[in-house]
Design a protein around this ligand. Structure first.
Ligand SMILES: Cc1ncc(COP(=O)(O)O)c(C=O)c1O
Length: 368
C-alpha cells in the first residue's frame, strides 16, 4: 500500500529547515539549569523588553479576545501610514515580516523561476524560494561578507522574478552602501521585484531613506519590509509589514489570510509606534553594547565583522563547540554552521550586564 507521504509536493524533499535560536526553557531542560539564570543573545531581540506603552495597550485588548480581529487592521495601518508618511494602501501587514516574505513567494514564484540573493543572506529567502519550487541563485559575497551588488545585477536573467537583500544584513551585520542601493534601484529590470528587507533599519544612524520613492509612486517593483520584532521589542507578538506601490500591495493582500494580525498585536503596535522614549533607550543601549562587544572581542584577539545592526558576528574557531560551552554556562548564542560559517558565532546585543556575562563566559571556556 503506498503512503500518502509519497505524494507530498516534491520540493519538500529538499526544503531547507529554519533553525531558530534556542528558547530559554529548552536550554534549562537540556542542561538542568534554572531558567531565571539563563540569558538569550540568540535571536536579535530587544534586551530592554517591549515598550511599556505597548504592554498597557495589549492588556486593554485582552477582554475583547472573543471577537475576531479587524481583518483590515484599520487603526494600525492608519498609525503606520502616518508614522511613515505613506498611505494605508502602501502597506501590507504580516505575522512577522517573515510572513510578508512568504506572501511575496506565493504571489510571484512558481517552479522554474529564479530568485537572486547574496551569499550569507537571511535564512528565510532560500526557504520560501524552495517552498515554491523556484531556483535560488546565490551570488558570492565580497571579502568582508558584504553583498556584491554588481554581481547580483549580473546574475539577473529573464527567469528572475525577485531579488532579496537585507540591509543591514542578518547574520553578517554588513550594510550595502548608498551608492550600491542606488545602482540596484536603477538597474534592476522593472519587471523584477526588488525586496529590500529593512528589519534592522531603525538601528542605523544614517539610514538610506527609500520612503520618498514609495511616496512619489516610482519603482513599483520595490517592496520594503520591516518588523516590530527588533527595535520595538515585540518579537513574540509576530508583526511585520511591507511598504510598496498600491498595485503591488493589493496583489500581496490577495494571498494573505483574512485574520493574520491578531487584535493584541494591532493594539500593541499602535502604542509602540508612539513610544519614542523606548526607541531612544533601545538605540542607546545598542550603540553602547556594540562598542563594548567589539572592544572586548578585540581584547580577546577575536575577529569580528563590524556591525550595523543589533548583533555581531565573532570568529571563535569551533563555533558549534563554543556555542555549547557558552550554553552550559547559561548563555545562549547562535552557531553559524547553517550559514556555512562554522567558525563564527552570532551574538545579539544584550543589556550591559548580559554583554558582560557573555564576555566573562567566553573567557571561561577552557582552551580559549
Ligand atoms: C533580515 C531579517 N528579515 C526578517 C526577519 C524576520 O523577522 P520577523 O518575522 O520577526 O518580523 C529577521 C529576523 O531575524 C531578519 O533578521
Amino acid at each position: 500500500m503506498s503512503s500518502v507521504l509519497s505524494r507530498l509536493n516534491p520540493q519538500l524533499a529538499s526544503l531547507p529547515v529554519y533553525i531558530p535560536g534556542k528558547p530559554i526553557d529548552q536550554v534549562a531542560r537540556e542542561h538542568g539549569l534554572d531558567p531565571a539564570g539563563i540569558i538569550k543573545l540568540a535571536s536579535n531581540e530587544n534586551p530592554l523588553g517591549p515598550s511599556p506603552k505597548a504592554l498597557a495597550a495589549m492588556q486593554s485588548a485582552l477582554p475583547h479576545m472573543h471577537l475576531y480581529p479587524d481583518g483590515s487592521s484599520h487603526d494600525l495601518k492608519a498609525a503606520l501610514a502616518s508614522a511613515q508618511g505613506v498611505e494605508p494602501a502602501n502597506l501590507v501587514l504580516g505575522n512577522g515580516s517573515n510572513e510578508v516574505l512568504e506572501l511575496v513567494a506565493h504571489a510571484f514564484l512558481s517552479p522554474g523561476d529564479e530568485v537572486v540573493v547574496s551569499q550569507y543572506c537571511f535564512a528565510v529567502y532560500p526557504i520560501i524560494t524552495a517552498l515554491m519550487g523556484a531556483r535560488l541563485v546565490t551570488v558570492p559575497a565580497l571579502p568582508g561578507f558584504a553583498a556584491d551588488i554588481p554581481g547580483m545585477l549580473q546574475a539577473i536573467t529573464p527567469r528572475t522574478k525577485a531579488v532579496f537583500l537585507a540591509n543591514p544584513n542578518n547574520p553578517t551585520g554588513t550594510l550595502t552602501s548608498r551608492e550600491d542601493v542606488a545602482q540596484l534601484l536603477a538597474e534592476v529590470p522593472s519587471d523584477v521585484l526588488l525586496v529590500l528587507d529593512e528589519a534592522y533599519v531603525e538601528f542605523l544612524t544614517d539610514s538610506i531613506d527609500l520612503l520618498p520613492l514609495i511616496r512619489a509612486g516610482v519603482h513599483d517593483n520595490l517592496l520594503l519590509t520591516r518588523t516590530f520584532s527588533k527595535i520595538f521589542g515585540l518579537a513574540g507578538l509576530r508583526l511585520g509589514y511591507g511598504i510598496g506601490s498600491p498595485g503591488l500591495i493589493s496583489a500581496l493582500e490577495k494571498v494573505r489570510q483574512p485574520f493574520n494580525i491578531n487584535s493584541v498585536a494591532q493594539a500593541g503596535a499602535v502604542a509602540a509606534l508612539q513610544d519614542s522614549e523606548h526607541i531612544r533607550q533601545t538605540r542607546q543601549n545598542n550603540r553602547a553594547g556594540l562598542e563594548y562587544l567589539e572592544r572586548s572581542c578585540a581584547e580577546l584577539g577575536l575577529e569580528i565583522v563590524p556591525s550595523h545592526a543589533n548583533f555581531i558576528l565573532v570568529k571563535v574557531g569551533n563555533g558549534a563547540g563554543v556555542f555549547q560551552a557558552l550554553q552550559k554556562q547559561g548563555v545562549i548564542t547562535r552557531p553559524m554552521g547553517s550559514y556555512q560559517l562554522p567558525d563564527w558565532l552570532r551574538v545579539s546585543v544584550g543589556t550591559a550586564a548580559e554583554n558582560q556575562r557573555f564576555i566573562a563566559a567566553l573567557r571561561n571556556i577552557p582552551g580559549r
